[in-house]
Design a protein around this ligand. Structure first.
Ligand code: SF4
Length: 729
């Protein structure tokens, strides 16, 4: 093969288009990694509407991870004390099917769990839902998106009646004021942020506010950085709302015509006077007022957030208080304004569309809704009532289910919970108790593989064809360009084969992934995320933004409004589309609903025993638990080791000097990190990157300290903050 293949970067939710070419080109030397494997050549796809050829270091180096530490064959063992031995697929499938049937007979379907991933393609997600929720009869499918975006999902549903980010990337260059809260987008969503930063630099009237306890690269670019105390986001948002109300900056027409619950919200924000809010947040009244003034004076405000908001015991409330600011000022449904969650993973959006959380069904349906269950049962041709009316176990529930013995079989795919879950020692102890764990992944070893009874080799990015949806709802076909190594199979193929062996032969008779995708799209008919007009064949021509109903030609329509407002290439704007432009929302009464929330603060505030707040996050080059990026030399050199950021005042009080080792302890566990003394972090707060698991560094796991206390609505754990002590080693 000599031609390039178009695909999507498989890291973050920005979803940049890539073009991949074979390693050897006529007359050119072949690049090889340090193990001698030829490296595929990757460059940005200039025709992709979301990224227009741009890529960051992760996307640019992705091909170097393709051949390293791959799992080639199924492996099995009877107990965790034994070594793995190679097995045939026949043996592995037989073993898995028998164990599922055994658990169904002894403990029932509720004892069977699958923990999947935002790395799945939509086809993988969809077949997993059909297998678990439709055929096995267990809603216990959760994805690592539970740790990532579930607060955004519940916030959107409660405020707008449906999931789905209403904005698009073109809004980054159409706004008058960008309000970034709980997101270090410069490092975590670099291509989207670069677009905003360049526009902001060119247009000095455009304001950028960044809210973050750290002075991150993102904060460095802002006109106003509000280094609020961790856990005071709702105080800040309610305080800004208080000022907007006091100044009379309300869009009363919009509030009256298009929203509900405003009186309850107004009653709450009455209590958030500037002096109280400034004191609580640890900022000046002047800075609070400046933020509110920027918002008030801007025709179009775009708010952006990610894990600093979502990973919180009040995550849903935080999302809704951001949305409140948009609702009270009518800042939604038009170019450059609206609330825009930056998705963590490449296909967490596709997962949500396919029903890939334990409370969801395909097509943005809810397990709790009897009509939604009936629609899916009818479509799948399964007996009415087969889908349980109760939401399944969340990711953390699966861990506690292992502790109690309620979980009899755990199937983990494309994620590494032995590093990424909160309270990691408790997680590992629970995994040790699992009666039977299937671990399906492209890579070996990983930290989680050590807890598995069966290893299944998965084809990964570039080795299977499927679809992913990025943060701005753009759906891209990721075409395979090389065979999977050894006997690795696509995740959906593995799930489908197990379904057939459980007796659902017709239900899982998929000829290929295009067939799977076509079936999935039928379940979105008439739903907010309608993609019935999309197919693999159509996506070969270009990516498409949803909603895109059958026979729709909307992606070719450039609205007059946008045409007059944008400087972009027609290629980019042609796809731009936002939700709720008619100001009708997906709630039963068509109105967006204000949320009325008092701040509760951190689930575990600092105290005399644990006087510091630990916050965790990503670095520019690494991805999650380093399964890929830890094996790429350039990225390893960029971020060679874990560290802890400490403010000079705190360091001095504990005699901690630059590069000395610090023991960080919480009520759950401890770890050691090299000190980086910096004013970028606020006094009383410390920062540790989340990428290092036991395979990569000894005793340096950020999640040794974190806790699993979760938002009551989204059930997303508060990975962003816990109370810790510090001591010089
Ligand atoms: Fe990949 Fe995200 Fe970087 Fe784009 S910004 S190249 S999607 S990691």
């Amino acid at each position: 093969m000599t031609e390039s293949t178009k695909t999507l970067c498989p890291y973050c939710g920005v979803g940049c288009g890539l073009e991949v070419s074979p390693p050897a080109q006529h007359g050119k030397a072949t690049n090889r990694d340090h193990e001698g494997n030829p490296i595929w050549r990757v460059r940005g796809d200039k025709t992709h509407p979301s990224s227009q050829g741009m890529v960051c270091v992760k996307g640019a180096t992705i091909a170097e991870s393709l051949d390293k530490n791959r799992l080639h064959f199924p492996m099995v063992r009877n107990s965790l004390n034994e070594k793995f031995r190679r097995a045939t697929w026949e043996e592995a499938f037989d073993l898995i099917t028998k164990r599922i049937q055994q658990v169904l007979q002894t403990q029932g379907s509720e004892a069977i769990c699958m923990y999947g991933s935002g790395q799945f393609q939509t086809e993988d997600y969809y077949v997993a839902q059909k297998l678990m929720k439709g055929c096995i009869g267990s809603n216990n499918f959760d994805a690592n998106s539970r740790l990532c975006m579930s607060s955004a999902v519940s916030g959107y549903i409660q405020s707008f009646g449906s999931d789905g980010p209403p904005c698009c990337y073109d809004d980054l260059e159409l706004t008058d004021c960008a309000f970034l809260i709980g997101t270090n987008a410069a490092e975590c969503h670099p291509i989207a942020f670069n677009r905003l930063a360049k526009y902001h630099k060119r247009n000095r009237k455009v304001k950028m506010i960044v809210v973050d306890p750290r002075r991150t690269q993102t904060a460095e670019a802002a006109d106003l950085h509000l280094a609020i105390r961790p856990g005071t986001d709702i105080d800040l948002m309610n305080g800004m709302a208080h000022l907007l109300m006091r100044w009379g900056c309300l869009d009363t027409g919009f509030i009256d015509e298009c929203t509900s619950n405003f009186p309850a919200f107004a009653e709450v924000i009455r209590h958030y006077s500037p002096d109280v809010v400034a004191r609580t947040c640890g900022i000046t009244i002047q800075d609070l007022a400046t933020a509110a003034r920027y918002w008030a004076d801007s025709k179009n405000v775009l708010s952006l957030w990610s894990m600093g908001v979502n990973q919180s015991s009040e995550g849903t409330a935080k999302v809704r208080t951001i949305i409140n600011l948009h609702l009270m000022t009518g800042q939604i449904g038009r170019p450059g304004s609206g609330p825009f969650s930056l998705t963590g993973q490449p296909n967490a959006m596709g997962g949500r569309e396919a029903g890939g959380l334990s409370h969801l069904l395909p097509g943005y349906r809810l397990i709790k809704n009897p009509q939604h269950r009936a629609e899916v049962e009818e479509f799948w041709g399964i007996k009415p009532g087969k889908i349980s009316p109760l939401p399944g176990l969340t990711a953390w529930d699966m861990i506690t289910g292992l502790e109690t013995g309620d979980v009899g079989l755990l199937w983990v795919a494309a994620t590494n919970p032995a590093v990424s879950m909160p309270d990691i020692e408790r997680t590992k102890a629970a995994l040790l108790k699992s009666p039977f764990t299937i671990y399906q992944d492209a890579y070996y070893p990983t930290e989680t593989a050590a807890y598995a009874h069966v290893l299944l080799p998965a084809a990964q990015w570039g080795e299977k064809t499927g679809v992913m949806t990025n943060s701005e709802r753009v759906v891209t076909l990721c075409q395979s360009f090389r065979p999977a190594p050894g006997e690795a199979k696509a995740d959906w193929e593995i799930f489908a084969e197990v379904g057939r062996r459980l007796g659902y032969v017709g239900e899982f008779a998929f000829a290929n992934s295009a067939h799977v995708y076509n079936e999935f799209t039928q379940l979105t008919l008439g739903r907010p995320c309608d993609v019935t007009g999309i197919s693999h064949e159509k996506l070969k021509q270009s990516p498409i933004q949803w909603p895109y109903p059958d026979n729709s030609d909307e992606c070719k329509v450039l609205s007059a409004e946008l045409r007059s407002n944008t400087q972009h290439s027609a290629l980019s704007t042609r796809y731009s589309k936002r939700l709720y432009t008619d100001l009708r929302f997906a709630t039963p009464d068509g109105r967006a609903k204000f949320g009325a929330y008092y701040s509760r603060g951190l689930a575990e505030p600092p105290d005399p025993d644990y006087p510091f707040i630990l916050t965790t996050g990503r670095l520019y080059g690494h991805w999650h638990t380093q399964t890929r990026t830890g094996r790429i030399e350039k990225i390893r050199q960029m971020h060679p080791e874990p560290f802890i950021e400490i403010h000079p005042r705190d360091a001095s009080s504990l005699n901690i000097t630059e590069n000395s080792y610090v023991e960080v302890g919480s009520r759950r566990g401890s770890a050691r990190f090299k000190a980086k003394i910096t004013r970028a972090i606020a006094p009383g707060t410390v920062f540790v990157p989340m990428h290092w698991g036991a395979l990569w560094a000894e005793n340096a796991e950020a999640n040794a300290m974190t806790h699993p206390i979760s938002c009551p609505d989204s059930l997303q754990p508060e990975l962003k903050a816990c109370a810790v002590s510090l001591a010089l080693v």
